[in-house]
Write a protein that binds this ligand. Structure first.
Ligand code: ATP
Ligand code: MG
Length: 364
């Protein structure tokens, strides 16, 4: 019997979703959703995780739930096929986290490279909130609660998946086979693994303010693209230019398709030809940026327009979230009861227990 294929993935409601999310995860999710290969798909708005580094700003998290949900619907997540849920509304996830904490050491958490760099980014070095430090464990709960086999995410999530797999192995070896080991599903192209910010920084991230949002206006996208980081040594058009580390070309790698050239830049047949010219010298940044702008608008305009429809019907969006959350909770509750039975903390469900204890005192 082939195992049931189940997807779990999600985002933190710390802002609207950006094009890094799109190429790193959202585009993939929609394809997987429409492939029909997955029996169940759970897409989680990770508000409890967002609170681990936004504890003093609950309003931000609250406001962004519906923003993220609308971004999902706008890119083509279909609530008939995918279950959208709000993390905090499933107490089962918190319960699992508490039990998994016993299976992970402090030093193991300290070695997580993504958490390490996030601690630095947030200036948490001096005092890390315990909740933030432990969020990889809570992520393991999210994944295992749904018995997810596949987790389509960006490269920064690799250490979380590894941590999850370790917890699963440890749990199953101590308490017996209960949980499923998930696989990460990364985007196929390098540029999409970790899309840099418009400032050239390693990662486009809501928290760094270097994003192009999926709901951004044409005017703002233009401003951001035209002021984007390129090759600092490419001063004159005739100078040879560098492609590596040149954000404009990284974005083209992530978004450009050959079919865009005849309309927006007929001088070249494809991106390779354009790159060759840039490397040789004679191709100016402005021309490449104008092309990139058109490419980005081809992707973003339809998403922004579709989003507008949902912005007019917010009650519908909350209804989608409510239904998705209720349905997801059924699955998580089932896993939690299996976990508790395996851990022998199912006192009131285990009929044999009362009998066993009674036997013990029978002759007393
Ligand atoms: P925050 O700054 O609050 O952490 P974020 O922008 O990093 O926000 P997340 O909600 O943490 O976004 O990430 C959601 C998903 O999007 C994850 O699967 C992550 O790997 C992916 N992702 C985020 N940023 C990028 C990026 N720049 N390139 C590719 N994938 C990304
Ligand atoms: Mg993040």
């Amino acid at each position: 019997m082939t195992p049931t294929k189940i997807i779990l993935t999600g985002d933190r409601p710390t802002g609207r979703l950006h094009v890094g999310h799109y190429v790193g995860s959202l585009r993939n999710r929609v394809e997987l959703q429409n492939s029909g290969e997955y029996e169940k798909i759970f897409i989680m708005i990770a508000d409890a995780q967002a609170l681990t580094d936004n504890a003093e700003n609950p309003e931000k998290v609250r406001q962004n739930i519906v923003e993220v949900a609308m971004d999902y619907l706008a890119v083509g997540i279909d609530p008939e096929k995918s279950n959208i849920l709000i993390q905090s509304q499933l107490p089962e996830l918190t319960e699992l986290t508490f039990y998994y904490m016993n299976l992970v050491t402090v030093s193991r958490l300290q070695r997580n490279p993504t958490v390490k760099s996030e601690i630095q980014m947030r200036n948490f070095e001096a005092s890390i909130p315990v909740g933030f430090f432990c969020y990889p464990i809570s992520q393991a709960s999210d994944i295992t609660a749904f018995k997810a086999t596949t987790v389509p995410v960006g490269e920064d999530q690799e250490p979380m998946l590894e941590q999850t797999r370790e917890i699963v192995r440890k749990f199953n070896s101590v308490y017996g086979d209960t949980l499923v080991e998930p696989e990460i599903l990364l985007p196929s192209s390098t540029a999409c693994l970790r899309l840099p910010g418009t400032d050239g920084k390693a990662k486009m991230s809501k928290s760094l303010g270097n994003c192009i949002y999926l709901s951004e206006t044409e005017e703002d996208i233009k401003k951001k693209v035209m002021s984007m980081f390129t090759d600092p040594d490419h001063l004159k058009v005739s100078d040879p230019g560098k492609i590596e580390g040149n954000t404009v070309f990284t974005y083209l790698d992530a978004f450009c398709r050959d079919e865009f050239f005849p309309e927006y830049c007929p001088d070249y047949k494809n991106l390779d030809e354009m790159k060759e010219h840039y490397k040789r010298g004679g191709l100016g940044d402005v021309k490449v940026k104008k092309f990139l702008l058109n490419v980005m608008l081809e992707t973003i305009n339809p998403i922004r327009n579709k989003r507008r429809e949902f912005e007019k019907d917010i009650p519908y969006v909350y209804e989608v979230l409510k239904k998705g959350t209720e349905k997801a909770r059924e699955t998580a509750a089932k896993t939690l009861s299996e976990v508790k039975a395996a851990m022998k903390i199912d006192y009131f469900e285990d009929q044999a227990l009362i009998k066993e204890q009674s036997e013990k005192y029978k002759d007393a």
